[in-house]
Design a binder for this molecule. Structure first.
Ligand code: PEP
Ligand code: MG
Length: 315
């Protein structure tokens, strides 16, 4: 039985019984921020700052970074914007922070790892983010990509606090961080699960390789176990966890993620209406039941089929 689903989003995500789920946008530049505002995103859950750095031989000066960040923060005045610090390396090489002779760049010096060799680059970026936030009076949250250990999380939070950035968190995209969530969130104030990389590292499957597409899905029960582990560890410290990888844009998976304990979903703006519509038709108890169900399934196809059956009246 097909039920018509209203495809509009009024700017507040919730389940049918009122459990709040923040629905945010992934943006990479000021033009994308405008599209996110038009789609009624509640804020930005992933601001990829690489646009300011890519294609350059030298680090952009702080003043230039401030201008670039203000372009996005200004579009979301008074709303939450989660700024991700530079995610250089692997598919995004940058001559002033990454080496070009690594045999396995996806397992190399990328994301926050570049800050060990170039702490001043991270420091200047945090300064620019803090200045842009002050100028726009934005509700800025800052997070680091590719955090794997508690020490890295602590080091990043400390660096943020030196710049007056108190909402400092981590991306969870390395299985080690998901497994050690209880320790990581003793320091990190929030988490955002990057399912694109979390799937890649959990399944040992290059995220760019088409022939591995059947492995490379967030429906893999192993990945969903790590989502659960992340949320449980963070909940012990009352820290919110969101999802900002492609999985957040999968309207069928959204209720499962909410049932696993995810508080916000950040996605491409054009997915917001569909995700909001499905969530508005499912109760939180039903989300919890779906989360339980997927973890009992043997593989990704079975997990997806089971949820599709359960949500037949909603989709
Ligand atoms: C992710 O890994 O899921 C993520 C959101 O980051 P990126 O796609 O930029 O690596
Ligand atoms: Mg990533």
């Amino acid at each position: 039985r097909a039920v018509h689903v209203e495809r509009t989003f009024d700017g507040q995500g919730r389940t049918s019984d009122g459990h709040r789920v923040e629905l945010l946008a992934n943006v990479a530049d000021p033009a994308a921020a405008k599209a996110a505002v038009d789609a009624h995103a509640e804020g930005v859950g992933l601001f990829r700052t690489e646009f300011c750095f890519l294609g350059r031989d030298t680090e952009p000066p702080v003043a230039e970074q401030v201008e670039a960040y203000r372009g996005v923060l200004g579009a979301f005045a008074g709303k939450k914007v989660v700024v991700r610090t530079l995610d250089a390396g692997a598919d995004k090489p940058l001559p002033f922070v990454t080496a070009d002779d690594e045999p396995n760049p996806a397992l190399g010096v990328r994301g926050l790892r570049t800050a060990a060799g170039h702490p001043e680059v991270l420091d200047r970026q945090l300064q620019a983010i803090a200045e842009a936030a002050a100028a726009e009076e934005a509700d800025v949250w800052v997070m680091a990509p590719m955090v794997a250990t508690t020490a890295e999380a602590l080091g990043f939070v400390d660096a943020c606090e030196r710049h007056g950035l108190r909402r400092a968190g981590v991306m969870v995209e390395v299985p080690a961080a998901a497994l050690r969530s209880r320790w990581i969130f003793a320091h990190a104030r929030f988490g955002s699960i990057g399912t694109n990389d979390l799937v890649q590292y959990t399944m040992a499957a290059d995220r760019m390789l088409g022939p591995l597409a059947a492995l490379s899905t967030s429906w893999q029960p192993a990945v969903l176990e790590l989502v659960r582990s992340t949320c449980e560890g963070a909940a012990q410290h009352a820290r919110p966890v969101g999802v900002c990888g492609e999985a957040a844009a999968d309207a069928v998976l959204a209720p499962v993620l909410v049932g696993l304990g995810v508080k916000s979903l950040s996605m491409t703006p054009r997915a917001l209406a569909d995700v909001a519509a499905v969530l508005s038709r499912v109760s939180f108890a039903h989300c919890r039941a779906l989360a339980h169900l997927v973890l009992e399934e043997p593989d990704a196809d079975a997990a997806r089929a089971a949820v599709r059956r359960e949500l037949a009246d909603v989709l």
